[in-house]
Ligand binder design. Sequence first.
Ligand code: AQP
Length: 329
Amino acid sequence: MAKEIVVSGVRPTGELHLGNYLGAIKQFVELQDKYKTFFFIADLHAITEPQDPKKLGRQILEVAALYLACGLDPKKTTLFIQSQISEHLELSHILGTLTPVGELNRMTQYKEKIQEGQPANFGLFAYPVLMAADILVYNADAVPVGEDQRQHLEFARTIARKFNSRYGKMFREPKALTQKTGARLMGLDDPSKKMSKSAKSPDNYIGLLDNSDEIRRKIRVAVTDSGREIKYDSDRKPAISNLLSIYSLIANFPIPELEKKYKDRGYAEFKKDLGEVLVQKLSSIQKQYRALAKNQQKIKKILEDGAKEARKTAGKTMSEVRRKIGFLG
Ligand code: AQP
């Protein structure tokens, strides 16, 4: 039986952090064994917010190197740069013609970004349409998403249904693969907001390339809640719950076990151990990363091969889509 298809991507908008790793890339690595996977670097999505052209190329290669360093294997998965597959944009236009503007107006992420001061450009507004195209152009069965992307995935399912009912059965409705813990890691400096590359303070996140001292320091200064009990309670103890989620995911240790281990031991000791666990895990990713970063040609070749492979599937989908719509040629 053919393997089910999974698609996802990460935007090269800055330094990748633990949220990107634990909420997305770690899951990608597990999925590559079970599914036919397409993982891309979402540069088209990145430019919906201003990017420095002098840095963007480097950021794209950095995401590619981190994908590989975290364990994505080009023999098992297709890795590529989104903008190199023009079919994403072609399908996005077509899906856009099926999208009521009112539906995009309701998208939470768009409203949040505008509130944060992002310029309200059409690309940002139409982000969910391009994301639907990213998924549907490979006719994905499932998409690993963080909690923040759920609404966009629901939109992709709706638009797939709309296309099918207007032009005849073409797309599957992709389901969400969300992890229970880690779907939304919160900022270390403010557990009411998600950990984010574009956070104002670098103390908001642990960068995947932060050095050991920096990692220890960021965990040491991470905000905690009142009291001293290490207990998961996201309403009453959001900060410590977030740190417990991080610990649990990075060390593959269930949260109740952690609560038992740190009963009566206080925040300082818990944080010290968490810092060490993170240093250990990230050092091993960084070692791989440094080895790869020296060989940019190898990374570029992997991305070129990936683009060729992705184009085959995307091209097939678009021939069928064009035919269904009634385009000539
Ligand atoms: N805090 C998070 N917790 C869990 N998962 C997260 N992801 C991002 N932040 C968290 C997941 O990482 C994947 C790639 O995200 P992205 O780079 O495409 O975009 P993003 O969600 O906008 O990430 P950032 O870090 O918040 O970037 P900026 O600051 O540029 O907007 C996605 O699967 C996402 O869910």
